[in-house]
Ligand binder design. Structure first.
Ligand SMILES: Cc1cc2nc3c(=O)[nH]c(=O)nc-3n(C[C@H](O)[C@H](O)[C@H](O)COP(=O)(O)OP(=O)(O)OC[C@H]3O[C@@H](n4cnc5c(N)ncnc54)[C@H](O)[C@@H]3O)c2cc1C
Length: 538
C-alpha cells in the first residue's frame, strides 16, 4: 500500500489556518456587520433580531406595523424611501446547499430573503432517493471530517450523522479488466496489474486517488494555494503530468481514467486534480485530529433532510418551480424574471445556479466578457446512475463480491447494503466522464435497457436479478449542468480567481465559486461568502 503521508502538526496547523482562518475571518465580518445592524435596530420600523429558536437558525420578527409607520413619518425622505421599499432585501436563486446557507445567514442577520427554486424539490445536487429501498444518495453523498459548516448546520438543525459502518453502503469490489474477472486478493500479483513496487498493492478503484496524490505539490499548502501563480505551471493536462512528472505508463493512466470525475484526463487540469487530493488530505488530517470520529459521514434518514430542514427554517417559504430566465439590474434594484411569468424584485440577488445553466439566462446589463467566457467554457463532470431493485442475491451464484469495478461501458456496478442489519437493498450502475456522454443519445428507458443488457452480458448471474427503477443524471437535467465543476488545462489561471466577482447587485454562489473546500462544503463556503458580500452592501 502507499498510504497518504501522515500530516505533521505544523502541516495540520497550516491547513487548519488556511480553511478555518478564512472561516473565522468571515465570522468576524459577520460579527462586525451584526454589531452594526444591532445598533441600527434602535431605529423603529427596522427588522429586529431575536435569539435562535428551536429550528436552529434564528427567526426574524418585525416591530408592529403601527409603531413602524409612526417612526417612518419622523424620518428624512431618503431614509423613508428606503424603509418603504416594497421588494425583498435579497432574492436567492437556487435552493441547493449554497443558496439555502446564504438565505439562512441573511435571515439570521435580519434581512427579508426570498428563495426561488427552479425544480419541484429542495436540495439541488443533494438528492436522496427516498422511494428506493435503503434510500441511496443520488447526489452529494459523503461529508468529510473537514466539512465544518455543514456538520455544524446539521447538528444545529437536530440531524444525526451515520459513519460508513452504520450507513453500510457498497462493500467489497471485484474487478473486471480487459474482459477478465480479478478478485482483490489476486490483484497484487496479477499480470494485468500495470504498476510497480508498492503501487501493486493499490486496488484499481483506489488507483486514481492514491497515484494522483503522489508527490502532490499542493500537499501541505493552504487550501487556496491552487490559484496562486506559484502553482500555475501545473495548469496543464493531467495525462501529461502523470506521464512526465510521475512516470506512469499508458495502461496505468487508462485505469485511473475509468472513474475520473471530469470528462477525460486529457481535458483536465492537473491543478484541478491536485487540489482535489489536497482537500482529501485535509479531510484525513481533520479525521486524525478528531480521533474516534469517522472521516466520512452521511445524514441519518438521507442527506436531503439537511436542505429540507434549512428551507423549513426560512420565514419566507422557498418558492418551487420558479425557473429564472433573466436578471435585470436597474441599479437600485434587480428584477428576476421566471418562466411562469412571475417577477420578483430585490435590492440584491444571490445567484447559486450551476454555471452551465447560466448559458441560457439573460443578464441586463451584460456580464463582463471574462464572465461570459467562463460561463460558456467551464464544464461540470458528467455522470449517469441507473438504479435497480434486486430480485435475487446473484452473487451467491458465482461466489464473487456483488459490486464490480470495471473498464466496461457501465464502469461501476455497486450493491447498496443499507438495510437495518446491512442487508442488500438496491444496486446502481454508475458511469462517469466521457462514457456518460454516449447516454445522451438515449431516452431514460433506453439507458436502463442498454445498461441491464451490458451487465447481464458480462455477468450471467445477473440475468433476472435486476429491475430498473430509474435513472439520475445531473447533466441531463435542465437545472443541473453536471456533478461538480472541473477545470480544463489553462482555465484555473484564466477564471478560478474571478468566479466570485459580483456583477452590480448580483452576487454568485455555488460550489464552483469556492476557493478552499469542494463539493457540499464548498457550497457552504460559497453561500457564506456571498451572504457576507450582500450584507456588506445592504
Ligand atoms: C452524483 C454526485 C455525487 C456527489 N458526491 C459528493 C460527495 O460525496 N461529497 C460532496 O461533498 N459532494 C458531492 N457531490 C457534489 C455536491 O452535491 C455539490 O457540489 C453541491 O451539492 C452543490 O451545491 P450548490 O448549492 O453549489 O449547487 P446545486 O445543489 O446545484 O444548487 C443549485 C440550485 O439552483 C437551482 N436552479 C438551477 N437553475 C435554476 C434556474 N434557472 N432558476 C431557479 N433555480 C435554478 C437548481 O435546481 C438547484 O437546486 C456530488 C454530486 C453529484 C451529482
Amino acid at each position: 500500500m502507499n498510504p497518504a503521508p501522515e500530516p505533521g502538526l505544523a502541516f495540520q496547523l497550516k491547513l487548519y489556518g488556511g480553511a478555518f482562518g478564512a472561516f473565522s475571518y468571515i465570522s468576524r465580518r459577520i460579527a462586525l456587520r451584526r454589531r452594526w445592524r444591532m445598533s441600527e435596530q434602535a431605529l423603529p420600523g427596522k427588522p429586529r433580531r431575536v435569539p435562535m429558536d428551536a429550528s436552529g437558525y434564528s427567526r426574524r420578527r418585525f416591530i408592529g406595523a403601527g409603531a413602524g409607520a409612526l417612526a417612518v413619518a419622523g424620518l428624512p425622505a431618503a431614509a423613508r424611501a428606503v424603509t418603504n421599499y416594497k421588494g425583498h432585501d435579497v432574492i436567492v436563486v437556487g435552493a441547493g446547499l449554497s443558496g439555502l446557507h446564504a438565505a439562512c445567514i441573511l435571515q439570521e442577520q435580519g434581512l427579508d430573503v426570498m428563495t426561488l427554486e427552479g425544480r419541484n424539490r429542495i436540495g439541488g445536487r443533494v438528492y436522496t432517493l427516498m422511494d428506493v429501498p435503503g434510500k441511496p444518495e443520488a447526489g452529494g453523498e459523503w461529508m468529510g471530517a473537514n466539512y465544518a459548516r455543514m456538520i455544524d448546520t446539521s447538528q444545529r438543525l437536530g440531524l444525526q450523522m451515520l459513519g460508513p459502518d452504520e450507513a453500510s453502503d457498497i462493500r467489497e469490489w471485484c474487478y473486471r479488466i480487459r474482459g477478465e474477472y480479478i478478485l482483490a486478493s489476486d490483484w497484487e500479483s496479477h499480470p494485468l496489474n500495470p504498476t510497480e513496487g508498492d503501487d501493486r498493492r493499490i486496488l484499481p478503484h483506489r488507483m486514481l486517488f492514491e497515484l494522483s496524490h503522489k508527490n502532490n505539490p499542493l500537499s501541505g499548502q493552504p487550501l487556496d494555494a491552487w490559484i496562486t501563480p506559484e502553482f500555475a505551471r501545473f495548469d496543464i493536462p493531467q495525462t501529461h503530468y502523470l506521464k512526465e512528472y510521475l512516470g506512469f505508463d499508458d495502461e496505468t493512466i487508462r485505469l485511473m481514467n475509468v472513474v475520473i470525475h471530469t470528462d477525460h484526463m486529457d481535458n483536465t487540469s492537473a491543478l484541478h486534480e491536485m487540489r482535489r487530493y489536497a482537500v482529501g488530505e485535509f479531510n484525513a488530517s481533520r479525521a486524525l485530529a478528531n480521533a474516534g470520529q469517522p472521516a466520512w459521514v452521511q445524514i441519518k434518514g438521507g442527506n436531503s433532510r439537511l436542505p429540507e430542514a434549512m428551507a423549513a427554517s426560512l420565514d419566507n417559504p422557498v418558492e418551487l418551480n420558479k425557473t429564472v430566465y433573466a436578471f435585470e439590474d436597474k441599479g437600485k434594484e434587480v428584477t428576476v424574471h421566471c418562466m411562469d411569468g412571475t417577477r420578483y424584485t430585490a435590492r440584491q440577488v444571490i445567484c447559486s445556479t450551476p454555471w452551465p445553466v447560466l448559458r441560457k439566462v439573460k443578464f441586463t446589463p451584460r456580464l463582463p466578457a471574462r464572465m461570459e467566457r467562463a460561463i460558456d467554457e467551464i464544464d461540470y463532470g458528467t455522470s449517469i446512475q441507473v438504479h435497480f431493485l434486486l430480485r435475487k442475491n446473484f452473487w451467491e451464484l458465482d461466489e464473487m463480491p456483488g459490486s464490480m469495478w470495471t473498464d466496461e461501458p457501465f464502469e461501476r456496478f455497486g450493491v447498496h447494503h443499507r438495510g437495518p442489519n446491512g442487508e442488500a437493498t438496491s444496486a446502481v450502475a454508475f458511469i462517469n466522464g466521457n462514457e456518460a456522454y454516449k447516454y445522451d443519445f438515449m431516452s431514460d428507458e433506453q439507458v436502463s435497457e442498454y445498461t441491464m443488457r451490458e451487465l447481464e452480458r458480462v455477468r450471467p448471474s445477473l440475468k433476472g436479478a435486476l429491475e430498473p427503477i430509474g435513472i439520475q443524471s445531473c447533466h441531463r437535467e435542465v437545472h443541473g449542468g453536471g456533478d461538480w465543476v472541473f477545470w480544463r488545462p489553462g482555465q484555473v489561471g484564466q477564471f478560478a480567481a474571478h468566479m466570485r466577482e459580483a456583477h452590480g447587485n448580483i452576487h454568485f454562489a455555488g460550489e464552483h465559486t469556492a476557493l478552499m473546500e469542494r463539493g457540499m462544503e464548498g457550497a457552504f463556503e460559497s453561500g457564506e461568502r456571498a451572504a457576507v458580500d450582500a450584507l456588506l452592501r445592504s
